[in-house]
Design a protein around this ligand. Sequence first.
Ligand code: ADP
Length: 497
Amino acid sequence: MGSQTILAIDQGTTSSRAILFSQMGEVLSVEQKELELFFPHKGWVEQNPEAIWNDVLECCTQIIKLPTQSTALQSPVAIGITNQRETTIVWDRKTGKPIYNAIVWQDRRTAEKCNSLKEQGHEPTVTSKTGLLLDPYFSATKIAWILDNVSGARARAESGELAFGTVDSYLLWKLTDGEVHATDVTNASRTMLYNIVDQKWDEELLTLFNIPTAVLPEVKDNITLFGSTSKNVLGVEVPIGGMAGDQQAALIGQGCFSPGMAKSTYGTGCFALMNIGQTFKQSKNRLLTTIAYRINGEMTYAIEGSIFVAGAAIQWLRDGLGLFDDASESEAIANSVTDNNEVYFVPAFTGLGAPYWRPDAKALIMGLSRESNRAHIVRAALEAQAYQTLDLMESMEIDSGYRSEILRVDGGLVANEFVCQFLADMLNVTIELPKVTETTAWGAAVLAGVHAGLFRNIEDVADAWVAHQCYWPKLSEAERQRLYSGWKRAVGMLIKQ
Ligand code: ADP
C-alpha cells in the first residue's frame, strides 16, 4: 500500500470537518469547526451557507497546508464529500451568493403546506415515486418557500439565474469556483423531486411543488469525476471523485454492500439503513425507501428508519435529572443492578416514530416500585436503545424480506458496552463495531478512493472491512420475549393515552 491519502469533507448539522485518511482508513489528521444554527421563529431552523463554506474551506486548507508525517507534503489524491441531507440552499449563479439562509432539514415551516398536499391526496403519488413521505423534512417545499418569500426570486429562478442545491451541491460549486452544478443520486433522492424508480427529476412532482427545472443540479453516480478543486480556491487541483449523503456514506463506510446488510448509527437520534438491493420496494410501515448508492449506473436501494431519541435520552438523564455527570458513567450504573426490575423507559420526548407513528406521544417511565432506584432508570434508558431498534428492524424485515444476522453499529453511544451487548441480546444478531469509527467520512473517502484507483471497486472495500469488536447474543429466547413484552406493554400504555 502506498502513502497516498484521501480527503473527506464531512459537513454535518452541528459541525464541518475535514479528515485526511490513509488508504487503510487511518485518520491522519482532522480539522473541525462548530456551526451555528439559527431559530428565527418557532419551528424554523436556518444556517448561514457562507459560514458553512468558510468553515469547510478553512478545514480543508488547514489539512492541505499542514502535512503530517505520513502525508509528506503530498496533496490528497482525491476528495470525497458527505453532508447533512435535505438542507436547502438557493444561490445566484453569477455571484455565487445565496439569496436566503440555508433551510435546515429540521425546519418545520412548510408543515401546513405538506398537510394541505396530503389532504388533497398527493402522498401516495409522492411515495410511489420518491420512497419518501410528504413531510417538511425534505427539500421540495423548502425550495418553494424560498422562491415565494424572497422578493423576485421566482422570476429569477425561472429565467435560469438561480441555482438550488443541497449542501454537497453548494460545496461542489464553491470548490470548483462555480464550474460545476451537480449532486449525487443519494442527495437527489432526499429532495422529494427526484423519481428514484425512473432515475430522473420528475416533472409531475416539479409541477406539484412548483419548482422550475432551471434551478436543478445535474444528478450523478456516487463515484464519478464531479469536478476538480479550483487552484483559485484551494491552491491545488484535486479531483472530487465521490459524494453521498451522510447516512448513505455511513452505510458505505460500514461496508454494507449486499442486500440484507444493515447499519445503525447511534448519536443524538438513531438512523438505521438496510441495503435492499436493486429493486425498489415501498414500505408498508411508513419507513422510507431511498437510494443507497448508484455505481457504474447500477442502482442500489435502502430502507431507512429513524429513532428520534437515542443518545438524547442519556443526555436527559444527565441534564434533566442530574443522575450522572458524564454519559459514559451510565454503563457502570446500569451494571450495578442485575436487571431492570420491571422498569421500562420509552423516551418518546418528540413522539413515537416507526412503526407506531404517534407524533404527539410523550415519554414514559413504567413499572416503578419502592425497590426502584436510579440504576434501574438508567438501565431502562440504555435498554430502550435496543427495544427501539428491535421495533424498527422488525418493520424493516417485513418491508424488505431480508433478515439480517448482523447489525453494524457506530456513533457515540456504541462506546457503551452494555448497550452493544443488549442490542445483540434483544435483536438476536451479531453486533459489529468497525475498526474505522469515522464511518460517515470514511464512506465518502471510499467513494473518492475508488474513483482515484486506490481501491479496485467497492467489493474490494467490502472485503477489507474489519470488525473491531463483536457482541453475540447470550440471552435465552424466553428471557428475550419476557423483556420485549414488557417494552410492548409500556409502548401500549402510551398508545392508549
Ligand atoms: P451526534 O453526532 O448526534 O452529536 P454522537 O455520535 O457524538 O452524536 O453521540 C453522542 C450521544 O451519545 C450523546 O447523546 C451522548 O449522550 C451519547 N453517549 C456518548 N457516550 C456514551 C456512553 N458511553 N454511554 C451512553 N451514551 C453515550
